[in-house]
Design a protein around this ligand. Structure first.
Ligand code: 3UK
Length: 517
């Protein structure tokens, strides 16, 4: 595999590769379509507009946008100009964005109109001043309209002469304690995910129409709906709304995507939906799953119904995309498959010794060219995770006798719910803000599909208050304060929590209690 040259701009790389496809469809969203020619023009206009706004190379912009044709324009336009987009989750709360604004010190924010009020609330809470606020799909007195900005811009003719290893963009990743970590990725990292995974493992082709339920602000979605398809000249279907089974089915039937990317929770929900389309109604040739382990049963049922494999692979925000994976012609459900060529993995025991044998659980470490540079402004966490050439994943795995890697849980307290991180401590702290709650402990429990759900054990100040209505109120209380995927799906009231002699909550006892059910 050829390494990118020292001077390398990933946006320019994509525009050059697709220069011969000017009239081919690049993106299709709920309202519009963009050909490769239009995409290139708008990327250069966006880059020109950033320069005109006085935003310079290496400065950051916040990208808080729904999945529409504007998202890749802003992302790639920034890269083209050497400006660093910080692409963030659209489901967060104003407090989260307030932290991010101060942490990344964005010069400008690009925001979808429906998200503007939340961002403005965040701006009120934050000491950091944005110089420009650009709105996609509407504008007001103190904001600029993205369409107007693009129409009036002088396109940048030359890309910024960025280095392959220079910061290109950030993604935030959440940890069990403390603030989200600004994961800094390079131009070359994007290139490597396509060269090592999108092309050789998934085998994406120019005639594919890719559709990702995982949004572009996730590393998974970014690869699925931008890096990979644009690296082979394919087309992409985008959807702004929540990826419910019904919303996904509608697109499968109307637009006939050939490759679909989802998370296990989504596949499980589709399989029980009364609206599940028949095999003949869709044109899928390949499906991908990541974010959490795909239970064997879900994969088998899906393949039985559609005759299409789901390729389960493990990736992370830190590695940008998938590094251990099943293959279209080598699927072993219930496993994450085998290491992707170009990556090396190790399982280490508690003493840090490399485990050579099969069936022994260890900590998973990975080495590969798409690893992030660091967590911005966080030396301690960077050192814990990025250890020389090795990246610590925080996962436990074992290798079976045939060389397939099997997920065996996280090594920290983090839960993966619907493919997204949930910190039990954050949920507990939020429950404690409710006036009825004395103590709370949150653990992950396994549902009937083999998927993880957060469950809260709650001790009330007044135990007599315990009721189904209060349980629902606590769920609503968490939903109002945290991103929606974090609320406890089950609330159980207990007279007291199991504790050590020194008063620490014994989560393992709660887990044992669940296992004994
Ligand atoms: C877990 C999996 C078992 C695992 C991601 C594909 O999920 C992604 O990134 P995140 O930073 O989370 C990383 C953590 O999620 N995980 C992901 N995939 C699997 N566990 N089987 C899987 N197939 O704990 C990992 O450490 O949110 C996924 C591509 C890019 C990504 N960023």
């Amino acid at each position: 595999m050829q390494a990118p040259p020292e001077r390398f701009n990933f946006a320019q790389h994509l525009l050059a590769f697709n220069a011969t496809r000017a009239s081919k469809l690049a993106y299709l969203d709920d309202r519009r379509r963009l050909t490769y020619g239009e995409l290139a023009d708008r990327v250069r206009r966006l880059a020109g507009a950033l320069q005109a706004l006085g935003i310079r190379r290496e400065e950051r912009i916040l990208l808080l946008m729904h999945d529409t044709c504007d998202w890749p324009v802003v992302f790639l336009g920034a890269l083209y100009a050497g400006v660093v987009p910080v692409a963030v989750n659209t489901l967060l709360k104003d407090v989260d964005y307030a932290f991010m604004l101060e942490h990344c010190r964005a010069q400008a924010a690009f925001v979808s109109a429906p998200l503007l009020p939340t961002l403005q609330a965040a701006m009120q809470r934050s000491a950091h001043e944005l110089r420009h606020l650009v709105v996609a799909g509407g504008s007001s007195a103190d904001t600029q309209d993205l369409e107007v900005l693009l129409a009036s811009s002088t396109p940048a003719l030359q890309p910024a002469a960025t280095g392959a290893d220079e910061p290109a963009f950030w993604l935030y990743s959440s940890g069990s304690t403390g603030r989200p970590k600004g994961t800094v990725h390079t131009h070359a990292n994007l290139y490597w995910t396509a060269e090592l995974y999108g092309k050789p493992v998934l085998g994406l082709r120019e005639d594919d129409l890719c559709f990702s339920a995982a949004k572009l602000f996730f590393a998974y979605g970014l690869g699925n709906a931008l890096t990979f398809p644009l690296s082979v000249g394919a087309s992409v279907l985008l959807m702004a709304e929540r990826p419910t089974p019904e919303a996904v089915f509608k697109r499968w039937i109307e637009h006939k995507p050939t490759v679909f990317f989802g998370a296990p929770t989504g596949y499980a929900a589709m399989l029980v939906s009364p609206q599940l389309p028949a095999r003949e109604q869709v044109a899928l040739r390949l499906c991908s799953s990541a974010g959490e382990a795909l239970p064997r049963e879900i994969g088998e049922r899906f393949t039985r119904h559609f005759g299409v494999p789901i390729i389960d692979g493990i990736g992370s925000t830190e590695m940008l995309h998938i590094f251990i994976s099943n293959r279209p012609h080598d699927v072993r459900y219930g496993t994450s498959g085998k290491p992707v060529d170009g990556y090396r993995v190790q399982l280490r025991d508690e003493q840090g010794q490399v485990i050579e044998g099969a069936n022994e659980v260890g900590d998973l470490y990975v080495e590969g060219p798409s690893a992030a540079l660091m967590y911005w402004g966080n030396r301690a966490k960077s050192r814990e995770t990025f250890q020389g050439v090795w990246t610590r994943t925080g996962d436990k795995y074992y290798r079976d006798a045939d060389g397939y890697y099997v997920y065996a849980g996280r090594s920290d307290d983090m839960l993966k719910v619907s493919g997204q991180y949930v910190s039990p401590f954050e949920v507990e702290a939020t429950l404690l803000e409710h006036q009825a709650v004395l103590e709370a402990a949150v653990i992950g429990v396994t549902d009937e599909n083999g998927l993880t759900r957060p469950k809260a054990y709650v001790v009330l100040k007044n135990p007599a208050q315990a009721s189904e209505a209060l349980a629902q109120e606590l769920q609503r209380f968490v939903k109002e304060r945290l991103a929606p995927h974090k609320y406890p799906r089950i609330v159980e009231f207990l007279p007291e929590l199991p504790k050590t002699a020194t008063g620490k909550i014994q989560r393992f006892r709660l887990r044992e209690r669940e296992a004994g059910r």
